[in-house]
Design a protein around this ligand. Structure first.
Ligand SMILES: *Cc1c(COP(=O)(O)O)cnc(C)c1O
Length: 357
């Protein structure tokens, strides 16, 4: 089988070393003679995995003592409900930057009063709205830092006069984050830090307990902070792979180092999109995502799209089809995607251009 270059949007490419360690653990977890997926989670060997995973999160993102990190099931989509249950008392605002942001808002509207403070829907979410006023009496402002489907990203940790909550599903661990600016950061692991089946939530501890509603036990972040993410059976497989993925990030120099690599990868591909006469980018340049690069055929070249898909597939490119709501192409350059993968895609685009000239 020839080498594949995987640009899937999620579940995503994971580092080979994490996959190899997981295969070993599936056969024999931590010298116990029992498979990872058959162990009891109430053992010291499993506690060690949880402790190491938490410690890696804290170290890699420099999480301050004010915050705790928990790992839960249910996907980022269930976090949309957690957010509203735990934080919405009177009114919350959501920055509407795409389908995920919109779904988060909709979930909150089922619980209380929530509205879109600004939206980029008018241009099919190809930019990040800016310059909107944030009322000082909001319970929180919810943002989606990276819009996986449209390839836009909020590149800086914003100063916010009200508690800030962020869905970082698709850019967590891709760049340094000032965790102290957020009351809550959450996301699904499957875009950048692990397989599907586990979410992370980084919670400012003193931000909880301020709403008057009854919160069901499983939906209450305090349950999971108190029980160190072990109130019920944790998704052991997904947490194990996540832990190995974080170890890999640490081994190559941490989030700061990976940010450098990610910037270079994205620059390589965007430069080619801007240079190549057959393709154009879809996102506003200043808001372009480092993680999900979206592009389409240039005007007048649309009929070459299927041909390019086939051409790229023959050369080992996997997962470059754009989301159906945007069309065209999307290459996801998550952490485990290498410069070599990006170079291969760029070479493929250049070769295709030269054939069509
Ligand atoms: C994929 C994605 C989600 C949904 O994640 P699930 O784990 O499938 O529920 C939410 N937000 C963003 C930004 C995403 O990219």
């Amino acid at each position: 089988m020839s080498k594949k270059h995987v640009f899937n949007a999620g579940p995503c490419l994971l580092p080979q070393v994490a996959i190899d360690r997981t295969i070993e653990a599936l056969k024999d977890f931590s010298g116990t003679g029992v498979s990872l997926i058959s162990i009891s989670h109430r053992t010291k060997e499993w506690d060690a995995v949880m402790d190491e995973c938490r410690a890696l999160w804290r170290e890699l993102l420099h999480i301050p003592d004010t915050h705790e990190v928990v790992f839960l099931g249910g996907g980022a989509s269930l976090q949309f409900l957690y957010v509203a249950m735990n934080y919405l008392e009177k009114t919350a605002a959501y920055l509407d930057t795409g389908v995920w942001a919109h779904k988060a808002l909709k979930e909150a509207q089922g619980i209380g009063e929530a509205y879109a403070i600004a939206s980029s829907k008018d241009k099919n979410y190809t930019y990040i709205p800016k310059g909107f006023e944030i009322p000082a009496d909001l319970d929180y402002l919810h943002i989606t830092t990276n819009n996986t489907i449209y390839g836009t990203e909020i590149h800086e940790d914003m100063d916010c006069p009200v508690p800030l909550i962020a869905d970082m599903s698709s850019d967590i661990m891709s760049r340094p984050v000032d965790v102290s600016k957020y009351d809550l950061i959450y996301g699904g692991a499957q875009k950048n830090v692990g397989p599907a089946g586990v979410i992370f939530a980084i919670i400012r501890k003193d931000s909880l307990g301020k709403v008057s509603r009854y919160i069901p036990t499983m939906l209450d972040y305090r349950t999971h902070i108190d029980k160190l993410s072990m109130f019920n059976t944790p998704p052991v497989f997904a947490i194990f792979v996540m832990k190995e993925t974080l170890k890999w990030i640490k081994s190559i120099g941490g989030v700061e180092a990976i940010y450098e690599i990610n910037q270079r990868k994205a620059r390589t591909l965007y430069d080619e999109i801007d240079r190549n006469s057959l393709f154009v980018g879809t996102a506003e340049k200043e808001d372009r995502s480092l993680m999900n690069v979206c592009f389409v055929m240039a005007p007048g070249k649309e009929d070459l799209q299927d041909e390019f898909f086939a051409f790229a597939k023959e050369r080992g490119m996997v997962g470059i089809k754009g989301h159906r709501s945007v069309g065209g192409f999307r290459a996801s350059l998550y952490n485990a995607c290498s410069q070599e993968d990006v170079d291969a895609l760029v070479a493929c685009m250049q070769e295709f251009e030269s054939l069509k000239k």
